[in-house]
Design a protein around this ligand. Structure first.
Ligand code: AQP
Length: 337
């Protein structure tokens, strides 16, 4: 490269995860694993979205602990805290400020159509709070605050991302080019890992314990959960999400855990029984994901001062980027800045 060469700024990536417990295998395969692959090509912000987490009642001490553990787990999963901005949502006020402004540019009807709101309010009938309803607006703020070009998420976030795009375009139509309109970045495989006990539903950390594998489950518990995974009464191992959701889910998990294609996974199990499939998938998950991640997590989480330093420094790095957009937005809507 010559001295005069100007390199184009890298595109910005933003994604978040709720500290509502340890991430599941679904969170890992649908999100964290892919985040790691993007860190060189893009400027990446990965946020622990504790403000989203309180839309469902949380124990305060546990929430704080979960948030710190999630930071350590991000690093244990291969996210470099120097290359990426790994930080806590509540430690940068810009998220809340922009969220309020965007609330005034989002319609009740749009939010009422959100599948996650319908599902979560059905699960939490005693606490259908406004935060649960406006969750996607906060998510839009998270993304738009940084001029984000790409948002790597699992398939369940597609609808929320579409709303972020609509709100950005609506705002830009009124005030000019303020926001970058973000694109979803959804992996071709692993974007929707299903529950082990009900394979037509997505794997979720707030569901019944045997339905999900947590990154912090003991290896023997992981094997046991896979052995109990719901399949079907047929005998054939083939990939067919509609007819064979349980087997297809196991094949998808195996392919992703081993870094091979689904076709290669199907070929590997040709002529084998369901028992063999379940044990082999469990062992691959333990050997390739659970044990290495837990080993690194044990080392990293010992050093509380190091994690505190990362949190502080990275919240400041996020604020440096966010303030530019926030100031512009405030000016546009007519605040005295
Ligand atoms: N089953 C899944 N398969 C693939 N990707 C998934 N993601 C979540 N579940 C799956 C992706 O993980 C990222 C972070 O999700 P989150 O923790 O912010 O919230 P969530 O989508 O609501 O995840 P959970 O596990 O279902 O949490 P709870 O039970 O607390 O609501 C997102 O990119 C998501 O797409």
């Amino acid at each position: 490269m010559t001295e005069n060469t100007v390199t184009a700024p890298k595109k910005i990536i933003f994604s978040g995860m709720q500290p509502t417990g340890y991430p599941t295998l679904g969170n890992y395969l649908g999100a964290i694993k892919n985040w790691g692959a993007l860190q060189e090509e893009y400027d990446c912000l990965y946020c622990i979205v504790d403000m989203h987490a309180i839309t469902v009642r949380q124990d305060p001490a546990q929430l704080r602990k979960n948030a710190k553990n999630l930071l350590a787990l991000f690093i244990a999963c291969g996210l470099d805290p120097e290359e990426n901005i790994l930080y806590m949502q509540s430690q940068y006020h810009g998220h809340a400020e922009l969220s309020w402004i965007l609330n005034c540019y989002t319609y009740m009807g749009e939010l009422g159509r959100m599948t996650q709101f319908k599902e979560k309010s059905a699960k939490n009938e005693a606490n259908i709070n406004t935060g649960l309803f406006t969750y996607p607006v906060l998510m839009a703020a998270d993304i738009l605050l940084f001029g984000t070009a790409l948002v790597p998420v699992g398939d369940d976030q597609r609808q929320h991302l579409e709303l972020s795009r609509d709100v950005a375009m609506r705002f830009n139509n009124i005030y000019g080019d303020v926001f970058t309109v973000p694109e979803a970045y959804i992996p071709k495989s692993g974007a929707r890992i299903m529950s082990l006990t009900e394979p037509t539903r997505k794997m979720s950390k707030s569901d019944e314990e045997n339905s999900y594998v947590s990154l912090m489950d003991a290896p023997d518990a992981v094997i046991r959960k896979f052995k109990r995974a719901v399949t079907d009464s047929d005998m054939e191992i083939r990939y067919d999400q509609a007819e064979k959701p349980g087997i297809s889910n196991l094949l998808e998990i195996y392919a992703n855990a081993c870094g091979i294609s689904i076709d290669a996974a199907v070929a590997e199990f040709e002529g084998k029984g369901y028992g063999h499939l379940k044990t082999t998938v469990g062992e691959a998950v333990v050997g390739n994901i659970i044990e290495p991640v837990q080993g690194r997590f044990a080392e990293i989480s010992k050093d509380a001062a190091y994690l505190d330093e990362i949190m502080k420094k990275n919240a400041q790095r996020a604020a440096q980027i966010g303030e530019r957009v926030l100031k512009k937005v405030k000016k546009k809507v007519g605040f005295v800045v």
